[in-house]
Design a protein around this ligand. Structure first.
Ligand code: GDP
Ligand code: IMO
Ligand code: MG
Length: 432
């Protein structure tokens, strides 16, 4: 029986998962998203075109592949419809190549309102979510109140009415609490028309292959088909191991592929861990190597570090090897993919955080909390100060850059197999 491979982000998301899933797709028969929802924004560039995918897997552009939205994903029918219709307009019809798990949970319009209300209730301690209703939808899943894609096939109106009623009671009570504290209640204006649009999108969703995806993937493996599982977000946003509570609401680590697709741990093969040559984060929460100076601004400008979903500025900083060692461990990463190397082309000195100093003590292990007591300890390496975007093979890479890659491999004890030197599919170099 075949094993499924997994590609996932090792930092706080936006590492370049979309680009690399698309790049690796020719090696696979099936590409499967296993968690997250439209909080993801996966960018792909090829042949002068740029696409941002949110719920749809990044394997749709290579032709002849099955793309699966797994049971671990939360799906907003309205955003899904928008995404699928835009792709159809650009010539990418999905009806034949996209399958959706009946066990994937649905994001309701009221989940988005609850996301807003929860954030408002947290005040200054807000997570800075993408506002897509992710947290409340996973909360309903775990509290056993969720609606699933398979539910739309039978007496759905009844199930929806119950969920709507429950959510409205929650929103009223959160709004009351907000007003009592002098805050702003969440507006219910336009909810009715949002719900109409949502119901129409449910009809649209019914036109797709809605399947028992756990059977599908296991039969595919038994028939020697190859599967690449596509992660969303990053391991430092994992609900168990990330910088809690400033995390997303799913397991973004490789275990999420097992639960999010129904693949047993013994059936996992390669784990591709993807990271940027530096580090970014969107939303609130601790970030030990964050730069607040001109260097941080320069990384943001050169790397175009603005959110693919919300357009928010991404916070930028140096690479954090303490955090990367931790996420490599959690995921059992077998090979690393290093992204956005070209963004550091003009820097005379590159810094890498190799340890943390916490209350005077040095540690190389990721601690319980990465709060303000964590002081990063840096090693400095000479920059390569060469334009990497023209490099097409390993032999063309400058020595100072190779030294940086070798240094990272030693620190992380894992081979770096792919180097990305630009957003385009072609700007990718295999290493022997
Ligand atoms: P994802 O969420 O992990 O798929 O990543 P995003 O798409 O949110 O963010 C990655 C951004 O970096 C996108 O705009 C990509 O087009 C871009 N990108 C990917 N790889 C490279 C690279 O090697 N160099 C540069 N300069 N940009 C890259
Ligand atoms: P991709 O797949 C970067 C962040 C949000 C927020 C926190 C919780 O493109 O890498 P949520 O809406 O999930 O409840 O927000 O997680 N976040 C991401 N940051 N990339 C993502 O996805 C993200 N998805 C969520 O900014 O801090
Ligand atoms: Mg992204």
């Amino acid at each position: 029986m075949r094993k499924a491979d997994i590609l996932l982000g090792l930092q706080w998301g936006d590492e370049g998962k979309g680009k690399m899933v698309d790049f690796l797709t020719p090696k696979y028969d099936i590409i499967a998203r296993f968690q997250g929802g439209p909080n993801a924004g996966h960018t792909l560039e090829f042949e002068g075109q740029k696409y941002v995918l949110r719920s749809i897997p990044s394997g749709i552009f290579q032709g002849g592949k099955i793309n699966l939205i797994g049971n671990g994903v939360v799906l907003d029918p309205v955003l899904f419809r928008k995404e699928a219709e835009e792709l159809a307009q650009s010539g990418h019809q999905l009806h034949d190549c996209l399958y959706i798990s009946k066990k994937a949970h649905l994001i309701l319009p009221t989940h988005r309102l609850l996301d807003q209300a929860n954030e408002a209730a947290k005040g200054k301690a807000k997570i800075g979510t993408t506002g897509k209703g992710i947290g409340p939808t996973y909360t309903d899943k775990i509290s056993r109140n969720g609606l699933r894609v398979g539910d739309i096939l039978d007496r759905f109106e009844e199930k929806y009415a119950l969920a709507h009623q429950r959510h409205m009671e929650m929103i009223y009570s959160l709004n009351e609490a907000a007003v009592a504290k002098g805050g702003t209640p969440v507006s219910l204006d336009g909810l009715e028309s949002l719900e109409q649009e949502w119901m129409q999108a449910i009809d649209y969703l019914r036109q797709f292959h809605l399947i028992d995806s756990e059977h599908f993937v296991n039969k595919a493996l038994a028939q020697d088909q190859t599967i690449l599982c596509e992660g969303a977000q990053g391991s430092l946003l994992d609900v168990d191991f990330g910088s809690y509570p400033f995390v997303t609401s799913s397991n973004t680590i490789c275990a999420g592929a097992c639960t999010g697709l129904g693949i047993a741990p013994s059936r996992i093969g390669e784990v591709y861990g993807i990271f940027k040559a530096y580090c970014t984060r969107v939303g609130s929460g601790p970030f030990p190597t964050e730069l607040f100076d001109e260097t941080g601004k320069k990384i943001r400008d050169i790397g175009h570090e603005y959110g693919a979903v919300t357009g928010r500025e991404r916070r930028c900083g140096w690479i954090d090897l303490v955090a990367l060692r931790y996420t490599i461990m959690l995921n059992g990463v077998t090979q690393l993919l290093m992204m956005k190397s070209d963004v550091l082309d003009t820097f005379p000195v590159i810094k890498a955080c190799t340890a943390y100093r916490i209350n005077g003590e040095l540690t190389r292990d990721f601690p319980f909390s990465i709060d303000e007591n964590v002081e990063p300890v840096y090693e400095e390496l000479p920059g390569w100060q060469t334009d990497l975007t023209h490099c097409t093979k390993q032999e063309e890479l400058p020595q100072a850059f190779i030294n940086y890659v070798n240094f990272l491999e030693r620190e992380l004890n894992t081979p770096i197999k792919i180097i990305s030197v630009g957003p385009d599919r072609e700007a990718t170099i295999w290493r022997e």
